[in-house]
Design a protein around this ligand. Structure first.
Ligand code: BGP
Length: 466
């Protein structure tokens, strides 16, 4: 099994996690700025100083066979207040960045929203407020106009589920709210509507290039495959994280099965949803013209039925075995014998990525193409005199790439793979000891060091063989 000649061996980044300069050069605030300051554990400055170091990082891409880069535009660098006046320094920064990509033969794949709604819009309800949808579409159109000669591959949102769950169920993202199913589903629906509107603007404007959305997917298996209650629990979590968003992406509507579970989960907190017929019309039109799905895939889950009180603990330090995720009436995430976990309790289960790709191919045959837009292993790298032997990461990526190729062999159209992350960077709820990069960063000096995985990735990219 070999990779196709035009396969993208990419590296992924996100503006807030790598740029630094979070309040410089005219950038407007995002909710994270105050949220992190209040928590006082870590901040996103200078992170990997990508704002200044991007020429170095792109040279490394070229040297190490990385022929694609995921970059996100920080909305509040372009529109400091979300709407209205633009910031020329921000506009110019991304022009320079995209040009540097092309100079080095690295194709930019650009995301418009990666967890960083401008603070002015966040404070008035973020995507629960329909005005944010219109502001997003205006911002998207501005970017399509401005960067159409430099960007071919667009994504509207990164990980709509992560936004919804971390903001309204887990409480690990600003404003730290928990256990609110209705808000989570409403935010997901409204973001999918914003995605659909932006896709239609892109297609109706006949911009050159392609567009899609990045979803974060996890295969949900019943903990005991013979237990009807566990099978139901796995289905609950699947609808919550995967199927609601996949229906919205590929059908533009929600199936009867999906809505029966959504309605049950929303009732858990006596909530209700605002899903309008005209929303579904727009989403249906967009579903027909989406060019691809970006799939972020890290792990699977084994779910057991659960009816106790809600109880979530986020392992944000890498102390193995401390996570708890139990939602009353939904299910409980379990460790599974025989399946290894990272220090952050993420299950290492590469064949589940195969199951997810094949499921999409079968359940949504109009999917057109998939890019694995994130996959990788958060790990406490050892740095010894500039040598970083990250063999567990190589093993992790190799096994996922094997299952990717297997899915291609079974007829799935997978066009590329982006390792999370290109270089080490800030992790939203974990800070800096959870490293993912092909390139190690010494945060004191901002010096970059290729890890063993970078040399390995280069070889795979050059030979097209695992
Ligand atoms: C995804 C995000 C990324 C990145 C990654 C790793 O959910 O799109 O921004 O952070 O996960 O997650 P973490 O940093 O929590 O380990």
């Amino acid at each position: 099994m070999k990779f196709a000649d035009n396969f993208i061996f990419g590296g992924a980044t996100a503006a807030y996690q790598c740029e630094g300069s979070t309040l410089d050069y005219g950038k407007g605030k995002v909710a994270w700025d105050d949220f992190l300051a209040e928590k006082g554990r870590f901040k996103a400055d200078p992170a990997s100083d990508f704002y200044h170091q991007y020429p170095v990082d792109l040279k490394l891409c070229k040297r190490f066979g990385v022929n694609g880069i995921r970059i996100s535009i920080a909305w509040s660098r372009i529109f400091p207040n979300g709407t209205g006046e633009v910031n020329q320094a921000g506009i110019d920064y991304y022009h320079n960045l995209f040009q540097e990509c092309h100079k080095n033969g690295v194709e930019p794949f650009v995301t418009l929203h990666h967890f960083d709604t401008p603070n002015t819009l966040f404070q008035t309800g973020d995507f629960l407020n329909r005005q944010t949808i219109e502001a997003f579409v205006d911002y998207a159109k501005f970017c399509f106009d401005e960067y159409q000669d430099e960007v071919t591959y667009w994504f509207t949102f990164n990980e709509i589920w992560a936004v919804a769950t971390n903001q309204y169920i887990e409480g690990t993202f600003p404003n730290g709210e928990q256990y609110n199913m209705a808000k989570a589903f409403q935010a997901m629906h409204n973001m999918m509507l914003a995605h659909a509107k932006a896709v239609l603007v892109f297609k109706e404007g006949r911009y050159p290039g392609k567009i899609g959305v990045v979803q974060s997917l996890e295969y949900k298996y019943p903990y005991d495959e013979n237990s009807p209650a566990d099978i139901m629990a796995a289905k609950n979590e699947d609808v919550l994280q995967n199927q609601f968003l996949l229906d919205a992406t590929f059908i533009g509507n929600y199936s009867i099965e999906t809505m029966s579970i959504v309605n049950k989960l929303v009732k858990l907190n006596d909530g209700s949803l605002d899903i309008r017929d005209e929303d579904l019309d727009i989403m249906t039109s967009a579903a027909l013209v989406n060019d691809y799905l970006g799939m972020n895939y890290y792990q699977s889950r084994f779910i057991q039925a659960y009816d106790g009180e809600n109880d979530i603990f986020h392992n944000g330090t890498g102390e193995k075995g401390t996570s708890r995720f139990r939602l009353k009436g939904v299910g409980e995430r379990m460790a599974k014998e025989g399946i290894d976990r990272t220090d952050w309790d993420w299950l290492i289960h590469p064949e589940s990525m195969f199951d997810m790709i094949i499921r999409i191919k079968q359940q949504y045959p109009n999917y057109k193409a998939i890019y694995i837009t994130e996959n990788g292993m958060g790990y406490k790298d050892d740095f010894e005199d500039g040598i970083i032997d990250d063999s567990p990461r190589i093993d992790f990526v190799k096994r996922h790439l094997y299952y990717l190729l297997k899915a291609v062999k079974e007829g799935a159209n997978v066009q590329g793979y982006f390792i999370w992350s290109l270089m080490d960077m800030f992790s939203w709820t974990n800070g800096y000891n959870k490293r993912y990069g092909l390139f190690y960063i010494d945060y004191e000096t901002q010096k970059r060091y290729p890890k063993a995985s970078a040399y390995w990735y280069k070889r795979v990219s050059e030979t097209k063989e695992l």
